[in-house]
Write a protein that binds this ligand. Structure first.
Ligand SMILES: Cc1cc2nc3c(=O)[nH]c(=O)nc-3n(C[C@H](O)[C@H](O)[C@H](O)COP(=O)(O)O)c2cc1C
Length: 368
């Protein structure tokens, strides 16, 4: 691979020519309205970050059942579509591109967040270790209800409708959130999926739901405007699997048939995101390079140098930045100037208002 490839070189991703290889990672910030509708505050935040080659939105519920946290946005009502138009218009006005991340949390929810106080749903009735984030603070996870096989087509349809809504809201594409222990990942990994029907057991069966969702979503958008995010090494949200390498080798190979815009991989040992689990093998993007035939985005713990090194080595095509994007709205400009970076303030990551959201200064403001 050519070492001329670097963060600021242009790249073709699916249907789009992007001006650089710097991606804003999906970041839940819990600042939608009480009705889970995006607002002008959110439009300002995303517009400030529109010099990214690609923005991936915060995870967004495909249905009222898909919710897992306070004040996260949805894409299942007309009001939400209208709210997201504020965001897509603001990003497009500044020349940016934005994909919506499609989300169903499965068992990482709580009855107090669910319609009619229902139990969260999951592949199997297995409670994850840990606590749910509710409007009344942290509460132990409950044992979820295992989905009936007859309910699965309805959830695939929720993904399809949400993808259609994202198209109507003016997004440039969608990313299917198959990472970090949420519903699709719960189906993939056998620590959460102990079904005995055709959605459980073999790696082929456990991959079936993700592949059906991908089929439905690419049916709306075409493969070249759809990405899939996976975290093969992640144990966040109590994920466990007896043989993650065999599982992810299979599922990533199976995704080739869709001609996706990209595969988005969370790298091993993302600081602060995954628990150390000694028996979990490291499955970095370099491992999947020969299995996936398309564009790869690498996320997790990157700075400017590690991003450039991975691109030069050829293990990934774009680099996603999470926490650095929270604090540096003009990250490409800062990387271009090799300028210093603002430090993200953890206390304002999840929830709140303007503070810690739209008030991080650009380089230009700092030097004025
Ligand atoms: C505040 C915060 C919110 C996040 N929200 C999401 C999300 O909505 N969807 C997702 O796939 N990952 C989410 N992540 C994970 C990030 O996309 C990224 O993978 C992680 O932060 C590691 O990258 P970094 O080291 O550049 O921050 C979140 C991370 C943080 C810190």
């Amino acid at each position: 691979m050519s070492s001329n490839v670097h963060l600021l070189s242009p790249v073709k991703v699916g249907a789009y020519e992007l001006p650089n290889r710097i991606v804003m990672a999906p970041l839940t910030r819990n600042r939608a309205s009480a009705g889970k509708v995006p607002q002008s505050l959110n439009a300002t935040y995303y517009a400030q970050r529109s010099s990214a080659g690609l923005i991936i939105s915060e995870a967004t519920q495909i249905s009222p059942q898909g919710v897992g946290y306070p004040a996260t946005p949805g894409i299942h009502s007309q009001e939400q579509v209208e709210g997201w138009k504020l965001v897509t218009d603001a990003v497009h006005e500044r020349g940016g591109k934005i994909f919506l991340q499609l989300w169903h949390v499965g068992r990482i929810s709580h009855p107090s967040l669910q319609p009619d106080g229902a139990l969260p749903v999951a592949p199997s009735a297995i409670a994850p270790a840990g606590e749910a984030s509710t409007y009344e603070g942290q509460k132990p996870f409950v044992t979820p209800r295992a989905l009936e096989i007859t309910e699965i087509p309805g959830i695939v349809e929720d993904y399809r409708r949400a993808a259609q809504n994202a198209l109507d809201a003016g997004f440039d594409g969608v990313e299917i959130h198959g990472a970090n222990g949420y519903l699709l990942d719960q189906f993939l990994q056998d620590g959460a999926n102990q079904r005995t029907d055709e959605y459980g057991g073999s790696v082929e069966n456990r991959s079936r739901f993700l592949l059906e969702v991908t089929e439905a979503v690419t049916g709306v958008w075409g493969g070249d405007r759809v990405g899939v995010r996976l975290s093969p090494s992640g144990t966040f949200n109590d994920m466990q699997d007896s043989d993650p390498q065999t599982l992810f080798d299979y599922v990533i190979g199976a995704l080739n048939r869709f001609g996706l815009a990209y595969l988005h991989l969370v790298e091993p040992r993302v600081p602060g995101m995954s628990l150390e689990e000694p028996n979990r093998p490291d499955l970095p993007s370099s491992h999947f390079r020969s299995i996936f035939n398309g564009t790869i985005i690498s996320a997790g713990g990157h700075d400017r140098d590690s991003g450039n090194a991975l691109l030069a080595e050829g293990s990934a095509d774009l680099i996603a930045y999470g926490r650095l994007y929270i604090a540096n709205p003009d990250l490409p400009e800062r990387f271009a100037a090799n300028a210093s970076l603002n430090t993200p303030d953890r206390s304002t990551f999840y929830g709140g208002t303007e503070q810690g959201y739209i008030d991080y200064p650009t380089l230009e403001l700092q030097s004025a």
